[in-house]
Design a protein around this ligand. Sequence first.
Ligand code: 5GP
Length: 219
Amino acid sequence: MTAGGHGFDGVERRGLMFVLSSPSGAGKTTLSRLLMERTPGLTMSVSVTTRPMRPGEVEGRDYLFVDKSKFEQMAKRNELLEWATVFDHRYGTPRAPVEAALSTGQDVLFDIDWQGTQQLREKARADVVSVFILPPSAADLEKRLHTRAQDSDAVIRGRMNRATHELSHWAEYDYIVINHDIDEAFAEVQSILKAERLKRERRAGLTTFVRELQRQLQK
Ligand code: 5GP
């Protein structure tokens, strides 16, 4: 999956798929929001899910909330780029908006779990940059899940249990950020994206750019 857009310096480049994963409560949602607010040229992939909407969530911004039969229909029609079952609910990435964004040279941000990341990597290894966010401690993770106050105690317990399993996939990611401090973690995630955008292999237009430079120098 490649895209032909222009970078901010005018050099043609392929869009990249920037994946953030973490156990729930490690700060990934806040980091995604900050990235979207402060990074030009980035589109958020809005997933479909069968889980119920939480207080404060907005249809179409946080998720597209669908029932199980609609989800299965989308999966069957190959309308999902990847999908997985998390906490007994289905989550998936609609394919069309991702392809549309990449084809206009936008980068796409994904907040998906390790199962989805594996599927994206299988489909488009060269275009996927993955970051795993770790909480500084289990106590910190639990505190954040409680402060968020979006889930019942039973759900929070389930998320803590699942965190152990999710953590076991950390080594499959390109970058690891430990979220001691949200501003620091954001700066780290942002620098990863900035550096990855400059990678030679993604910048298809560099050959032409350098050739033109050489032509000018030889004048
Ligand atoms: P939550 O219910 O807290 O919003 O999300 C639960 C988990 O599902 C998170 O780890 C989140 O990253 C993951 N998730 C959200 N959307 C998708 C998706 O489209 N695909 C996959 N594979 N995981 C997703």
